[in-house]
Design a protein around this ligand. Structure first.
Ligand code: AMP
Ligand code: ZN
Length: 114
């Protein structure tokens, strides 16, 4: 999609520190890391947010979560723990309207979020 920064990253038009990819998904380091490990997992195809997914996207959504788990293993977070977040809409603070799951770890985190 034009003017979507994550589509451009997925197409290779904007550089990113990629940690994993396959035919459907891409995982790369967040440019403003909020924790020692902060990876974004996105579908390569443009979807704005979870609420824009359809029944036919079930496999993709599952694959995104499994990719978060894979990334957490790659970053040795399985023992210490980590957080998976997907912001949706204005109140959540979503700033990039291409579906992405944040994988955050490497430090203790507070709950509830601010
Ligand atoms: P959200 O606020 O949930 O929409 O998260 C968007 C995230 O994308 C933020 O954590 C940004 O730091 C991150 N981000 C924005 N542009 C880039 C980029 N070019 N490369 C990597 N991460 C980015
Ligand atoms: Zn996009």
């Amino acid at each position: 999609m034009d003017n979507c920064i994550f589509c451009r990253i997925a197409e290779g038009g904007i550089p990113a520190k990629i940690v994993y990819q396959d035919d459907q998904v891409l995982a790369f380091e967040d440019i403003h890391a909020q924790a020692p490990v902060h990876i974004l997992v996105i579908p390569k195809r443009h979807v704005a947010a979870v609420q824009d997914c359809q029944t036919g996207d079930q496999a993709l959504l599952g694959h995104l979560l499994l990719t978060c788990s894979k990334v957490a293993r790659m970053k040795n977070l399985t023992e210490s723990g980590y957080r998976i977040v997907t912001n949706t809409g204005a109140d959540s603070g979503q700033t990039v309207f291409h579906l992405h799951l944040h994988v955050l770890g490497g430090r203790p985190m507070a709950w509830p979020p601010g």
